[in-house]
Write a protein that binds this ligand. Structure first.
Ligand code: NAD
Ligand code: ZN
Ligand code: ZN
Length: 344
């Protein structure tokens, strides 16, 4: 089968031919219908050799959709041909967080060598994907896999980030979304669907600001030195209740720190090196910060229901497997509106 692999540190991914895997006991072979391109792939491919921990060669793709192709011994309850989304943050399934469906926070994954597809295990940018357990498959029904595949990360990650902040997003509140890219443009829609807050997007790119407005942001401002003044102008001077930072570099975490108000929250989703300082003399009273990772199994089902209800829609640009390297180039250049999706 064909697979898009990261093979050499610092080099672009390559399309190669590798043997099609056979599902072992408990495993499921999925024929891939779509695989999403995430900035985190770009991040891991930017790491120097001494910091790179994902193994080589690595078949990319931690957002996956497909149809059930074959099941290993002991797997029951799945129908061949059934359309599914792949829950990506695989865990042990047995520890306390996993028992709550929060496999993204599995306590034993590292010790047991369990890694998500595309982030250590072979990923979805291939003709077939081996899934370690049937519990990591969620029925997609008649939703279009190409339009839906990114719900598994670009949907699930912002949903998990936003859900915990919802009690703060009361009528009259303000939410800021920094970075209206793959995750951010879905976050804007989720905020509009789930909370009566005013949503302000911040992005360096005019095209992304236009996308932010199109998908429901009340305002979109340029990410520059004037951003704070512009935002406080729009809110009548009211500080921000929750800042979601989908970039997390010094200029954006600084902006978040300046914007957050009393009792507010800074949520760092981006994997950049930025950090915020929380303390009595650093932040307004009761302000807090957190850095969430991905989301739980039940939250993925909730995200799919939001999409099914027409409340969120991922903007997608499709690429063939052979165009995979091009998709990553376009992501790095900042010219993907929404999410790039590989369709084998
Ligand atoms: P993306 O490239 O699609 O979007 C990033 C957006 O940020 C773009 O619109 C870009 O124009 C904008 N941007 C860049 N610099 C900016 C700045 N200084 N100010 C404002 N906007 C700026 O990326 P994505 O796939 O949506 O991922 C977003 C981030 O989330 C990445 O850092 C990614 O690695 C991370 N991520 C984290 C998790 C998690 O679990 N925490 C999961 C998935 C992705
Ligand atoms: Zn991702
Ligand atoms: Zn676990």
């Amino acid at each position: 089968m064909r697979a898009l692999q990261y093979r050499t540190i610092g080099a672009a991914p390559e399309l190669v031919d590798i043997p099609t895997p056979t599902p072992g006991p408990g495993q499921v072979l999925v024929k891939v219908t779509a695989a999403g391109v995430c900035h985190s792939d770009e991040f891991l491919m930017s790491l120097p050799e001494d910091q790179y921990t994902y193994g080589l060669p690595l078949t990319l793709g931690h957002e996956g959709a497909g149809t059930i192709d074959a099941v290993g011994p002991g797997v029951t309850g799945l129908t061949i041909g059934e359309s599914v989304l792949v829950y990506g943050p695989w865990g042990c399934g047995r520890c306390y967080p996993c028992s709550k469906g929060e496999e993204n926070y599995c306590e034993r994954a590292a010790e047991l060598g369990i890694k998500p597809p595309g982030l250590g295990a072979p990923g979805a940018m291939a003709d077939y994907l081996l899934v370690d357990d049937a519990r990591h498959l969620v029925p997609l029904g008649d939703l279009d896999p190409v339009a839906s595949v990114s719900l598994t990360d670009a949907g699930l990650t912002p949903y998990h980030a936003i859900k915990k902040s919802l009690p703060k997003l009361v009528p009259g509140s303000v939410a800021v979304v920094i970075g209206a890219g793959g995750l951010g443009h879905v976050a804007i829609q989720m905020l509009r669907a789930l909370a009566p807050c005013t949503v302000v997007a911040v992005d360096t790119s005019e095209d992304k600001r236009a996308l932010a407005r199109k998908v429901g942001a009340h305002h979109a401002v340029a990410s520059d030195e004037s951003a704070e003044e512009q935002i406080l102008g729009l809110t009548g001077g009211r500080k921000v209740d929750v800042v979601f930072d989908f970039v997390s570099i010094d200029p954006t975490t600084d902006l978040a720190s300046r914007l957050v108000g009393v009792g507010g929250e800074i949520v760092l989703v981006g994997v950049g090196p930025g950090a915020v300082k929380v303390g009595f003399f650093s932040t307004p009273w009761e302000a807090s910060a957190r850095a969430p990772y991905w989301g739980s199994r039940s939250e993925l089902i909730e995200v799919i229901e939001l999409a099914r209800a027409g409340k969120i829609k991922v903007e997608v640009e499709a690429f063939g497997l052979d165009q995979g390297p091009k998709a990553y180039e376009r992501l790095a250049a900042g010219t993907i509106p929404g999410r790039a999706v590989i369709v084998p």
